[in-house]
Design a protein around this ligand. Structure first.
Ligand SMILES: Cc1cc2nc3c(=O)[nH]c(=O)nc-3n(C[C@H](O)[C@H](O)[C@H](O)COP(=O)(O)OP(=O)(O)OC[C@H]3O[C@@H](n4cnc5c(N)ncnc54)[C@H](O)[C@@H]3O)c2cc1C
Length: 550
């Protein structure tokens, strides 16, 4: 079988091949070259839209309320080298995210295997549940109940839905077959939860509640799954079918380098602009400030007013912020979207997430304790407050970084009102119970770093987590770039980013929706794709996401 890529399943289109094709993405009419396009948000989606539109010869005008990179935020520890960072947002990138990797490779960034539980990159893993600690290098070192849980999950996937056939069709990039297999799965599972899938599967129902509890607490692959139990099962099926949880890497020096370097990069084969031009050059060094109002002016153009009152108007605007911000932080004229779209935008539901990091003198955890023959500390999964503790080894001669706690949903809410010192204290106290002999405090240097995404007005949450019944909302939002049949009053404004994606919480989805928006803007301005390299909108009629009955 060929490697699995994020080819659908909702919209089976090879974004990676579209990007890599020597004919390029398309052409803009000569008379429109150099025209300004408004782009709200300089995260990964906004940056991809801007970069590709610049390459086509347009002039992106970016607005950003915070810092470039958005939810790819790598915060440097004060005083340390620039590669010693806390990855506050996206941090592990599966090999199947091929549109995202297109940009990582273009920029020549270095990546390393992510130290996930039970992987070689982690070295060793400690699973601590109900105060019983298990040290393991592979799953075979754990008590047999863990293998039973892992097998039950694999069996549930393979027997409850045609999972293997779907993965084979995805790997073969067989769009027709993907659609054939995926449509009944949506119909069956959109309105049912992940927990329902687990409990109603034969493989889990034959086992005990303890098995389901272990699955929720430690999961397999990247960590516990229970925070996602209320989510729509189709979302979980997508993650598994497109191998998002497998073969993950981190970007050495921080994921933020991807959008930040794209900002400074000058593409080859660029139309209209002199060679060497970058987005940074087109913006005189910095993006425009936060967008505050978006309205249609009397000439029918879309007018953006920024936080300091400056107005600019455009024929096309792309917004990439979380969709709730279109009603909370930006005053967007109601007529720009249909009421059905507003319903979808406002129904988006966010996952909460918090992380707390410390820097330590060196990757001391690799030392072997002579008394036990085990590593002094390991990647740790626990039912205690910290839930997941990840260890980043950046070289023996460099400080190490520990993500003391990475939590979602109710576990993240426990942290929300607490300051960074309290979060560190609580995490150290929990870890002390697992590693009583370890003096972790003595290893820490510098100031800790923490984040709660739901506490930030520019985000309001970490990422979308669709609830049962949300497929129709997602279908509306994702398909919005196909504007040919829309009333003129709603055309010209495009939405992209994590909220619009089918795989929220995975940057690949943000990149793919950005590429849809590029196609949308190009077409809106009268441009087109090359005949030999059709774009997403060209095949949408045949392979676009299925529309369920209302
Ligand atoms: C905790 C966490 C863990 C994650 N883990 C992973 C992972 O391991 N792997 C993975 O692939 N993905 C992961 N993701 C998801 C990934 O980070 C996102 O999919 C991606 O970064 C989203 O990019 P975006 O451009 O769609 O949105 P954003 O990055 O949110 O960009 C939108 C931008 O809009 C800006 N903005 C807001 N309001 C305004 C305004 N009024 N005017 C102008 N600008 C504005 C924001 O400041 C922001 O920079 C994670 C995300 C989080 C939060």
């Amino acid at each position: 079988m060929k490697p699995i890529t994020a080819f659908g399943p909702d919209f089976p289109f090879a974004f990676d091949e579209w990007l890599a094709h020597p004919a390029g993405l398309g052409e803009i009419p000569e008379a429109r070259l150099g025209e300004e396009i408004g782009i709200v948000g300089a995260g990964m989606a906004g940056m991809v839209v801007a970069y590709e539109l610049m390459k086509l010869g347009l002039k992106p005008v970016m607005y950003e309320a915070g810092r470039i990179g958005g939810r790819l935020r790598s915060q440097r520890f004060a005083g340390a080298d620039e590669e010693i960072v806390a990855e506050l947002g996206g941090m592990r990138f599966p090999e199947s995210s091929t549109a995202f990797w297109h940009y990582v490779n273009l920029l020549g960034l270095e990546s390393r295997p992510f130290p996930n539980p039970l992987t070689e990159a982690a070295g060793s893993t400690v699973v601590d549940l109900e105060s019983r600690k298990h040290y393991a290098r592979t799953i075979d070192d754990l008590p047999s109940i863990f293998q039973e849980v892992s097998d039950a999950w694999d069996t549930a996937l393979k027997t409850s839905v045609p999972f293997d056939a779907l993965q084979q069709a995805i790997a073969a990039k067989d769009a027709k077959r993907v659609r054939e297999l995926w449509t009944p799965m949506i119909e069956q599972w959109d309105e049912r939860t992940f927990y329902d899938f687990v409990t109603s599967s034969k493989s889990f129902s034959e086992l005990t509640f303890r098995h389901r509890e272990i699955f929720g607490q430690v999961g397999f692959g990247t960590g516990g799954w229970d925070s996602d139990f209320p989510n729509s099962m189709v979302e979980i099926l997508r993650v598994n079918a497109t191998a998002c949880d497998d073969n993950q890497h981190f970007i050495y020096g921080g994921a933020e380098r991807v959008p930040a370097d794209l900002w400074r990069h000058s593409p080859e084969n660029m139309k209209h602009w002199p060679p060497g031009t970058s987005l940074q050059d087109l913006h005189q060094g910095a993006p425009n400030p936060a967008a505050k109002h978006i309205v249609r002016d009397e000439r029918g153009r879309l007018e953006i007013t920024d936080q300091w009152g400056d107005c600019k108007s455009f024929d096309a605007v792309v917004t990439t912020t979380q969709s709730w911000l279109l009603t909370t932080s930006i005053d967007v004229s109601e007529e720009l979207f249909s009421q059905k779209m507003w319903m979808a935008l406002d129904r988006t539901r966010y996952m909460q997430s918090s992380k707390t990091f410390v820097m330590v003198r060196r990757p001391f955890w690799k030392d072997i304790d002579p008394a036990t023959g085990q590593h002094r500390m390991s990647m740790t999964l626990t039912d205690r407050l910290t839930r997941g503790t990840y260890l980043f080894d950046l070289g023996d001669d460099k400080p190490g970084v520990i993500c003391l706690t990475y939590t979602w949903m109710s576990d993240a809410m426990k942290m929300l009102p607490l300051d960074v010192e309290k979060r560190v204290d609580l995490s150290l106290a929990a870890l002390k119970k697992i590693y009583p002999e370890l003096n972790l405090e003595a290893e820490i240097i510098g100031e800790p770093i923490t984040v709660s995404w739901e506490d930030d007005p520019n985000f309001l949450g970490a990422f979308k987590g669709a609830l049962p019944g949300h497929y129709r909302y997602n279908q509306r939002m994702y398909s919005h770039f196909m504007q040919g049949l829309m009333p003129p009053a709603e055309r010209g404004i495009f939405i992209a980013g994590d909220d619009v994606s089918w795989t929220p919480g995975w940057v690949e989805g943000a990149v793919q929706t950005a590429l849809n928006a590029v196609w949308g803007v190009m077409t809106h301005l009268g441009g087109h794709t090359p005949e030999q390299n059709p774009g997403p909108g060209d095949v949408y009629g045949e392979f676009g996401p299925v529309k369920l009955k209302n």
